[in-house]
Ligand binder design. Sequence first.
Ligand code: GRF
Length: 225
Amino acid sequence: MSTAKTRLVILISGTGSNMEALIQAASSGAVSGEIVAVFSNRPDARGLDTARAAGIATEVVNHRDFADRESFDAELAARINSYAPDLVILAGFMRILTTAFVRQFHGRLMNIHPSLLPKYPGLHTHQRALEAGDCEAGATVHFVTEELDGGPAIVQAPVAVREGDTEQTLAERVLVLEHQIYPYAVELFCQGRLVINTQGVLLDDQLLPPGGISYPLQKPVRSEQ
Ligand code: GRF
């Protein structure tokens, strides 16, 4: 008996290196789901070429063609829904989504953010960490809720700040870990092990701590036998 693969739709706005990590993970089998489409709000997003080269359907919904956020989000949601996704993955998607959009995909909308949330939601996260003199920066994969970068964490990866780090050097080291934790979190979802409820995220029916799973993993997370 064959089970249908989890259908994944990815939203990007630019380079798409996280998307590329997910494409590679899906092709190696590290992610068991199928990437059925990649969407961009920018027609010139470099990641679109990467997705096309991998034979994945691409769609552009240009926010500039719409009068307001509501009409853009409504069209985006309709086009995404035509692919019947189980999970919608924001991977460097640089648009703030409306409440209507977020509610529609509740529990199946994920984002990656380059900070140890709840620290530094929004932009310029590495610069803010450096200015604050933090000894750690990092990245968080979380479910998206109506609060910007405020949804419950699934996985978090800390990265030590080094003497002389700049926004760019820090971003580069954090990105290496982003490419590991995003496929990891997506695969947990594909295995049906992640659920969001009013208290936070449940992994195998256990409530995760506020920062989610800490990566690298201290001990193997139980997998279905
Ligand atoms: C990543 O740092 C991600 O955390 C943030 O935007 C960046 C996107 O990079 N949301 P890429 O397009 O995946 O290379």
